[in-house]
Design a protein around this ligand. Sequence first.
Ligand SMILES: *Cc1c(COP(=O)(O)O)cnc(C)c1O
Length: 393
Amino acid sequence: MNPHQLLDILKKTLAYDNKFISLHEPYFIGNEWKYVKECLDTGWVSSVGKYVDRFEQDLCAYTGAKYAIAAVNGTAAMHICYQLAGVKAGDEVLVPTLTFIGTINPLLYCGAIPHFIDSEPKFLGLDATTLDDYLKEVSYQENQVCINRYTKRPIRALCVMHTLGHPVDLDALTALCERHHLALIEDAAEALGSFYKGVHVGHKGLVGALSFNGNKIITTGGGGAILTNHEGLAKTAKYLTTTAKRPHPWLFDHDMTGYNYRLPNINSALGCAQLENINHYLQQKRKLAEKYQQVFSAVAEMTFIAEPSYAKSNYWLNAILLDEKYLAMKDEMIALSNQHQVMVRPLWNLQHTLPMHKNFPCMPVTHAENLAARLIKIPSSPQLISERIEQVC
Ligand SMILES: *Cc1c(COP(=O)(O)O)cnc(C)c1O
């Protein structure tokens, strides 16, 4: 094993032709131009228009959620999710330390306190058994509220994250939330197109959030959505994202502090076109993942992260785990690959290690530390299949 090995494998697998290969690129092959042009031609570009409503309906139809509320980005959608779950200033919320900062920032906007938890070692999500044991140790119940024994603060909710598109074990975690009286929130920003036991993720818990940022599985430029099966929460979500304006034909009357978080029509138009082709993207991404899985199965020093048996993953970002023996090579391996125009990335820095998060409660996080040290994300765009691999096969 040498530091060139990853680059060599990727070059060969992806039919490298000296052109830059990114981690995940947008893919426009459908009605994107047509729908966006229609917004420009008609002047309906902003926060009201038929594509906003259609995009929300299309998201419901695709995910099976009863309600979808489009928002300006995934972080804003998460901000609303925390509020819908009743998270208030001074509350603690259990969140994985192994996540993107978009899970954590909106919690701090609410004045709440992240309580960091460990990861499940194989699929990067959360392990219900370990978390249950931990909660038994550090919390007690008081009037059906989970209280942190040491800080005396209420632990209001658990936010799970379907890491790189691989669903967490939602049944086990739902049961855990019921036992400990926690609201279940799903950060499904990476998981549009991922299914848990046949059901789309993001609405098994009380509320969930999607992201349509440029690097996500479909994009609206920037965008997000809140998913829920609860009518009351859906109404509140819509209200909060549209400045909490009371319905009236001309009056601007408000009775709450709301947000200007509504996704504009022009972005929604892009979303409608993208969603029309999601099954094609998913098919391509699955083919790419299968190809990687086959290639890496012959490489003893690297393990490909495959979907859990209970789920169908969107394989948003493919990743490998580097054997512990070769960790000293990891930085050089990543640098070499990027220097040669094949983009690879380490996982995020663990949230509990960031300077502004250092004093928040944190369980022992040995699995998350191990994963963060070993994981490398590799190119995953759906077009890699049709534009490179299939042409040489
Ligand atoms: C992308 C992402 C977000 C935030 O989405 P934006 O649309 O970029 O604000 C939140 N959480 C996770 C885990 C993400 O990957």
